[in-house]
Design a protein around this ligand. Structure first.
Ligand SMILES: [Zn+2]
Ligand SMILES: [Zn+2]
Length: 100
């Protein structure tokens, strides 16, 4: 059997794909909504030795990096959070719904 004769048993079905990846209670956010979350530069209190960690990329959040703070008071790299929110509208840390 050559690859060209191989029966096409795998059909691309965007509808099925969509329902598989979507949690209907927490549908993904659109880019407009994501941009409404205020972005700021991380500026750690000099007195604090505690390192902030972004759970999405597992890297430390460094001084002057662009970050976003969710209403559950969890902090993430802005870039990491933007990508995350295109798929889910929950906090990556505590799974609280961001739209609520
Ligand atoms: Zn990150
Ligand atoms: Zn949270």
């Amino acid at each position: 059997m050559t690859p060209t004769n191989f029966p096409r048993i795998i059909y691309f079905n965007p509808g099925a794909n969509y329902s598989e990846n979507t949690d209907f209670r927490n549908p993904p956010m659109n880019e407009e909504e994501i941009h409404e979350i205020p972005e700021f530069k991380f500026n750690q209190n000099q007195d604090s030795s505690e390192k902030k960690n972004c759970v999405i990329c597992m890297e430390d959040i460094e001084q002057e990096e662009n970050v976003k703070l969710l209403h559950c008071s969890h902090l993430f790299h802005s870039e990491c959070l933007n990508k995350w929110l295109l798929e889910k509208s929950t906090c990556p840390m505590c799974m609280t719904s961001i739209n609520s």
